[in-house]
Design a protein around this ligand. Structure first.
Ligand SMILES: NC(=O)c1ccc[n+]([C@@H]2O[C@H](COP(=O)([O-])OP(=O)(O)OC[C@H]3O[C@@H](n4cnc5c(N)ncnc54)[C@H](OP(=O)(O)O)[C@@H]3O)[C@@H](O)[C@H]2O)c1
Length: 343
């Protein structure tokens, strides 16, 4: 940053949750932002390490400030769906840019939101879907970003070239997620004896993220998408396997790989693996990268694509910071340079 240049003032609403903690962890390494307020209703006045024990050497304290008391250039709303829609309009009205991590602003058609989320969002605010690999130009000009869901990020990025090139019109997505996807509050479905040494399919045809994946992949053609999630006993990460059937058998695996290379040639966070490798959760943990692999076409004409992301980084807070960087003309990888952990 040049001398005399102002730091971007950012605040996080819902900072005591998992995505809030990741925003703090990553933003503390960003040299062009200053974290102003981090809110929590439960931990007003407490030091940040009381909840996020990894963050020790910062002077950050949670505040119980309401959205109207927040002073910032940009706010991340790391709040549940339903809560975000009560917070965001006021911030936008006050001229503050917002990156919302919930599902409240992700849908072009509010009746789809109502059907899948079981509540109305009557706001007439127009948000940009914050998937930089597809909407970078629109994100640059936007004052409200609907940060994509975690499953949709892995599923859309690993399927998008197939749709763009009109190779398939039916995609079946099978995804496995770590338990941090459910947020910081414990529940029966995240209770250790229920998840450890186990694989739990859930909402097998009714998960909300199906509608979001369908919205984004259907933009090019009449594509049908099915999606089934599974909870697996890991803390972070989403592994996605997609199956789709070639419309015409006019392409081989090497050509398919070239299509992916062309689509993502300038993308800083998309890493295309070689054909003899498969993406692993253990390689992307803690990073904003998506690893994509597969490009396999079996004897029946089925294409198998694979991806791995960290649900809390590329699937949430890292992608939110990537969007902030784009809006503010920062380097897109500022605050996001960490490579995944190994092992
Ligand atoms: N976890 C993931 O992998 C992931 C990935 C992508 C997107 N998301 C989305 O990101 C959002 C946050 O997820 P998360 O996993 O961080 O959730 P979380 O761990 O449950 O944290 C959410 C935080 O929001 C605060 N909060 C709850 N209701 C609120 C309200 N009405 N007003 C203000 N603050 C409120 C709570 O803090 P206090 O009670 O202390 O105020 C809570 O700690 C959700 O919409 C989620 O769907 C999550």
């Amino acid at each position: 940053m040049n001398e005399g240049e102002k730091m971007l003032k950012v605040s996080i609403i819902g900072a005591s949750g998992y995505t809030g903690g990741e925003l703090i962890r990553l933003l503390l390494t960003h040299n062009q932002v200053e974290i102003v307020d981090i809110t929590s209703r439960q931990y007003d006045g407490e030091a940040v390490y009381k909840v996020h024990q990894n963050i020790r050497d910062s002077n950050l304290f949670f505040t119980g400030k309401t959205p109207s008391e927040i002073d910032a250039d940009l706010v991340f709303t790391a709040t549940p769906h339903g809560a975000s829609m009560k917070i965001v309009p006021e911030l936008i009205e006050r001229g503050i840019k917002v990156i919302d991590l919930s599902g409240d602003y992700r849908f072009n058609d509010t009746s789809i939101y109502e059907k899948w989320y079981g509540m109305k969002n009557d706001s007439d605010l127009k948000a940009t879907y914050g998937l930089p690999e597809i909407y970078r130009k629109e994100i640059k000009k936007s004052n409200l970003i609907a940060n994509p869901g975690c499953f949709p990020t892995g599923a859309i990025l690993s399927s998008y070239p197939l749709i763009k090139e009109e190779l398939v019109d039916r995609i079946i997505i099978d995804a496995k997620t770590g338990v941090s996807g459910a947020g910081i509050k414990p529940s029966d479905s995240t209770h250790y004896p229920n998840i450890a040494d186990n694989v739990n399919p859930y909402k097998i045809s009714t998960h909300r993220h199906m509608a979001e994946i369908q919205q984004e992949l259907n933009g090019f053609d009449d594509v049908k998408v099915s999606f089934t999630p599974h909870l697996v006993p890991v803390i972070r990460g989403i592994q996605t396997t997609s199956h789709s059937i070639l419309k015409e058998e006019n392409i081989d695996s090497s050509e398919l790989k070239k299509i992916y290379e062309k689509t993502y040639e300038n993308e800083p966070f998309v890493k295309l693996l070689n054909k003899d490798e498969t993406p692993h959760l253990s390689s992307i943990r803690g990073s904003n990268y998506i690893h994509i692999g597969g490009y396999d076409i079996d004897e029946t004409g089925r294409i198998i694509m694979l991806s791995a992301i960290d649900n809390l980084v590329k699937g949430a807070s890292g992608q939110a910071i990537q969007n902030m960087n784009i809006i503010n003309n920062f380097n897109e990888d500022d605050g996001l340079k960490a490579i995944g952990l190994n092992p």
